[in-house]
Design a binder for this molecule. Structure first.
Ligand code: NAD
Ligand code: MG
Length: 398
């Protein structure tokens, strides 16, 4: 029987993973080692009971008493806190879903790789923050990382049986997010509610805002560079409002292989779960006659400064990705809290990269976890300072 763990089980990707596991037989078909969640302790306990997990772990130590109570008599162990989440990754599992949001997903992912697991990676932040480290850990322990981000799963599938050396370009598709049709000058006034109205994908709150600002696509460009090892110039972004082509690989003979499907994350989660096989998945089938048209447009970099910043991060390499992701997380928190505006997120990130110039841009691809964590911390401090300045300016102006 295959063993598995899900980190971030109560989130959007986590719930869809649980759904596929339930449909594949649940506790009768899999030995479930660990399930982790954040604040939704009731839901975490419920899924841990259903899947008969060995251990359930919530992110906040203060949630432990409630988790214990809800698991009483179930035989599922309860634990809490970041260290307990990392320890849960030390329970060897054949397949591990990394679906925590943000840099908090990095350490459990690394620990799982050290046990030679197949790591289904939704947590793109860990590749952006410490791509070379993750790839080195996988290689050293014979572990395998499978992409779960829909674009990267599409690229991975378009590469099956091909030689990466024959790849000329990788074309990442982007929906353009909730604000894609807003006039440029209105973007500065966009609210959280505006940015959450995603046209195609139902996702967690943070990635939905990141889609509207294209910080999500910026992270994905860097993720592509780290995962597939292609040069930054080979990676293109195109807006494709229908979100039916999930990404494309262009080969040196001019052929382009595209991956199409309904916008449903269970495609890429299911592909990673069943890999290297394909099994039936409960996703809508495309009726192309009904779809009739697929449209494309080039992204306007004035609307999406995040894309330009991603290019800078790739040019610097080293610890620039860790600083970029951490600053972006802070800027996003501040936007969600109503303290800074939608377009201020990019300016906070840009100012943070400039402030950390000396600490990050060493061009190196060898990194230690401690260095990644210290730059992550430093970037959070600098980004918070910058966001405070912006917030004071807005309060003064308003
Ligand atoms: P989400 O916010 O819905 O869920 C995140 C999960 O992580 C929850 O279980 C939450 O409780 C947990 N969590 C949050 N902060 C934590 C912390 N500090 N420590 C431990 N656990 C914590 O997020 P999501 O949309 O499911 O996204 C998860 C990851 O997958 C992200 O990296 C995201 O970029 C990526 N992703 C998501 C989608 C999607 O469709 N939702 C698509 C592609 C990639
Ligand atoms: Mg994606």
């Amino acid at each position: 029987m295959r063993s598995l763990s899900i980190f971030g089980a109560t989130g959007s990707v986590g719930e869809q993973t649980v759904d596929l596991i339930r449909r594949a037989g649940g506790a009768r078909a899999f030995r479930v080692k660990a399930l982790t969640g954040g604040r939704n302790i009731a839901r975490l306990a419920e899924m841990a009971r259903e899947l008969r997990a060995e251990v359930a772990v919530c992110a906040e130590p203060s949630g432990l008493a409630e988790l214990r109570e809800r698991l009483a008599g179930s035989g599922v162990e309860a634990a809490a806190g970041p260290e307990a989440i990392a320890e849960a990754a030390d329970r060897p599992a054949d397949w591990v879903m990394s679906a925590i949001v943000g840099a908090a997903g990095l350490v459990p992912g690394i620990r799982a790789l050290r046990h030679g697991s197949v790591l289904a990676l939704a947590n793109k932040e860990s590749l952006v923050t410490a791509g070379p480290l993750l790839m080195a850990e996988a290689a050293a322990h014979g572990a395998r990382i499978l992409p779960v981000d829909s674009e990267h799963s599409a690229i991975f599938q378009a590469l099956v049986g091909e030689d990466i050396a024959a790849v000329e370009r990788i074309i990442l598709t982007a929906s353009g997010g909730a604000l894609r049709d807003w006039p440029l000058e209105a973007l500065a006034r966009a609210t959280v509610t505006d940015a959450l109205a995603h046209p195609n994908w139902a996702m967690g709150q943070r990635i939905t805002i990141d889609s509207a600002s294209m910080f999500n696509k910026a992270l994905e460009v860097i993720e592509t560079r780290e995962f597939f090892g292609v040069a930054p110039e080979q990676i293109e972004v195109i807006i494709h409002p229908e979100s039916l082509i999930h990404s494309m690989v262009g080969y040196r003979d001019g052929a382009i292989m595209a991956h199409l499907g309904a916008p449903d994350m269970r495609h890429s989660i299911g592909y990673a779960l069943n890999w290297p096989d394909r099994s039936h998945l409960p996703v809508a089938r495309l009726d192309l006659a009904q779809v009739a048209t697929l449209t494309f447009r080039a992204p306007d970099e004035a609307r999406y400064p995040a894309l330009r910043l991603a290019r800078e991060v790739m040019a610097r390499r080293g610890l620039a990705g860790a600083a970029f992701n951490a600053a972006k997380e802070v800027a996003l928190d501040r936007f969600l809290a109503g303290q800074i505006g939608f377009m201020d997120m990019a300016s906070v990130v840009e100012a943070t990269l400039e402030a950390l110039d000396d600490a990050i841009g060493n061009g190196s691809t060898v990194m230690a976890l401690e260095d990644v964590q210290s730059v992550d911390h430093l970037a959070r401090v600098r980004a918070a300072e910058r966001a405070d300045i912006v917030a004071r300016g807005r309060a003064g102006a308003g």
